[in-house]
Design a protein around this ligand. Sequence first.
Ligand code: BEZ
Length: 222
Amino acid sequence: MAIRIGETAPDFLADSSQGPLDLYQWANKNWVVLFSHPADFTPVCTSEFCRSVELEDQFSRRGVKLLGLSTDSIEHHTAWINDIKRITQRNIGFPIIADPDRRIARLYEMIHPQEDESAAIRALFVIDPAMKVRLTMNYPMSVGRNFNEVLRIIDAMQLADVRGIATPADWVKGDPVLIPASVSNEVAEERFPQGWQQITHYYRLTVVKPVGDKTLPTRRAG
Ligand code: BEZ
């Protein structure tokens, strides 16, 4: 059974490039992006890791911890991380789970046997501080993910949680937002005293204050 939005993320204990890792303890009430990749030392995966290393500070500002996973071993991860350091000239602050027996990959349904019997697809889960799954994404092996889109979705979810709004198509941070249809005009007057643009009776745009940074302490090895 696939893990669905709104469900509690299954906890696990796994080996990682930064030592043994218990998901819930390690998350420590922060947001988590858990993302799998098919194999170390492959071009699409390497491009994704280089990009996630570049964006690590952006995730940290939003209170989000990154957590990679592949079905390769710790030894592979360590050698590959050294390659990524050489390419990006940066250290990787986040752990990569080694899952050679595919225990975690199976738990999170990251193996889609019609695509590949043993390697994980490009699955991605955004998990909130209450350990609820808030986003799931599955990409094919040949397509690198858009990490700016992951940041955009996290911005949208964090703003929705704090301000009680929704976001329109192609919204980016700073754009007008939507007043949910479930909020009556009477309630909207209290919640959004700044007013709104009424496009139809159910389609109302407003502007809200952004939510602040919550930068996490970083752990950058060597
Ligand atoms: C890659 O990262 O380039 C890749 C990995 C597994 C299958 C296809 C592509």
